[in-house]
Write a protein that binds this ligand. Structure first.
Ligand code: PLP
Length: 438
């Protein structure tokens, strides 16, 4: 309570701004995840790996725009590319969307295919859309291939997902069931624990009409919990045995290894969904995979599936996107960055050992968990929820804010390229200090 009172006293302009926002947005907010009580901080600008709020405080950005902000706020190559793209008079840039197919989209698609080992890819505006279209594609493929039984709609409709899984705004399975706004709720079968292979196998085997199994290789929104290789391989095998499409959601995890985490782990998914940082901070999503499946989106194929979207090939994003992978987040940069992040997490784990705070994650994605006792191992969200301490989570957030660290309220860090090492040291020391205090 004292920490919350200090927060309110320190942020009068954010509070005012929130009151004004309530007049036009439900809850003053257009992204539910960003709501925090008693009111959210309103940020006014970002430079490099820092953000500033309207009250003038500077924070080290550890939110990293939930992974989309990987390149930081002012990467010179990204800035230059955006400027060039918007100025066709001065060079090669195409200008803003052309209402036509462009070479920029084709080159970007080829870049994505090569980098992430996809036969074919299609672009969207968000990770949510990428997953929705991938699921539609998988269902269509299954029904075309195996035949749909007329009565009662398509035969291959079910999708097996995992508790704690988050695949987008209308595809969320946080607490073992589809969130209220999940599309086609009844078609999702949720495996009640992530990382439990026996359970996953059983659910996949006993469910009739499974079109797809959709899984993250590290649960992001679910707490930064990595899937073990054994679990992920086993899920893939179970999907294969069932004849269902195995879709790996790499919207968060493609940043963890040069070809995505699926490639690193040798998962060979049938389909992959992508997004976040791939647009260099601009809105993007993509889904792709095996030619045989992606063929359903080929407009020359009779009985195929339409996939449209005005902004799917918008010139700004596809141009920046190519530069992100080819010039900025190269395989070498990706490897080095995640190794460095891994060392950072190891230091955090050491500082928190035996306390009520635990760190999980992989590479540059880090989960924080606040519990009654220390957690030895976190294999799924349920392990945490059994003894979670929401009050501690809030307390740490207020402390982080006061110490100049912008972190998510729910306890998740996405590191930004180029964050100074001294700043990461400062965070480790801050965690130590807060643990000593509480
Ligand atoms: N899939 C995963 C694993 C995600 O973490 C997210 C976003 O956090 C999405 C899908 C949805 O992406 P978007 O927010 O771009 O719709």
């Amino acid at each position: 309570q004292a920490a919350e009172a200090r927060f309110t006293a320190n942020n009068p302009l954010s509070q005012q701004q929130h009151t004004v926002a309530l007049g036009s947005l439900p809850g003053g907010n257009t992204r539910s995840i960003l709501h925090t009580s008693p009111f959210p901080l309103t940020m006014k600008k970002g430079i490099d790996s820092y953000v500033w709020d309207v009250d003038g405080h500077r924070y080290l950005d550890l939110v990293g725009e939930f992974s989309a902000g990987l390149l930081g706020h002012s990467h010179p190559t990204i800035r230059r590319t955006i400027q060039n793209t918007l100025s066709p008079e001065q060079g090669e840039g195409p200008g803003i969307s052309l209402g036509a197919t462009t070479p920029h989209e084709q080159t970007y698609a080829a870049t994505l295919c090569t980098r992430f080992h996809l036969d074919r890819v299609r672009l969207t505006n968000s990770g949510t859309e990428a997953n929705l279209h991938a699921l539609a594609g998988a269902r269509h493929y299954m029904n075309t291939r195996h035949g749909s039984s007329g009565a009662g709609g398509p035969r291959w409709r079910k999708v097996v997902v995992f508790s704690g899984g988050y695949h987008g705004a209308v595809l969320a399975f946080g607490n073992g069931e589809p969130a209220a706004n999940t599309v086609d709720r009844k078609d999702f079968v949720v495996v009640p624990r992530y990382n439990d292979l026996a359970l996953a196998r059983e659910v996949i085997e006993r469910t009739a009409g499974v079109a797809a199994v959709l899984v993250e290789a590290v649960q992001g929104a679910g707490g930064g919990i990595p899937g073990t290789r054994e679990f992920l391989m086993g899920v893939r095998e179970a999907a294969r045995e069932k004849g269902a499409v195995f879709i790996l959601d790499e919207v968060m995890t493609s940043r963890l290894a040069p070809g995505g985490l699926g490639t690193e782990l040798g998962l060979d998914p049938d389909m992959v969904t992508l997004g976040k940082y791939l647009g260099g901070g601009l809105a993007i999503g993509a889904f792709g995979g095996k030619e045989e499946i992606m063929r359903v989106f080929d407009p020359r194929v009779e009985g195929g599936l339409a996939h449209s979207g005005t902004f799917n090939n918008n010139t700004l994003v596809v141009t920046v996107g190519r530069v992100v992978l080819e010039e900025v987040y190269t395989p070498e940069v990706c490897r080095e960055f995640n190794e460095r992040a891994e060392r950072f997490r190891e230091r955090l784990v050491a500082v928190a050992k035996g306390s009520r705070l635990s760190f999980t994650g992989r590479g540059s994605l880090i989960g924080l968990h606040f519990t009654e006792g220390g957690l030895e191992e976190v294999r799924c969200g349920e392990d945490v929820r059994a003894q979670e301490r929401g009050d501690l989570k809030d307390l740490f957030w207020f402390e982080f804010i006061e110490a100049g660290f912008w972190t998510t309220r729910r306890g998740f860090l996405c590191l930004i390229l180029g964050t100074p090492e001294e700043e990461l040291d400062r965070f480790v020391e801050a965690v130590r200090g807060i643990l000593e205090k509480h």
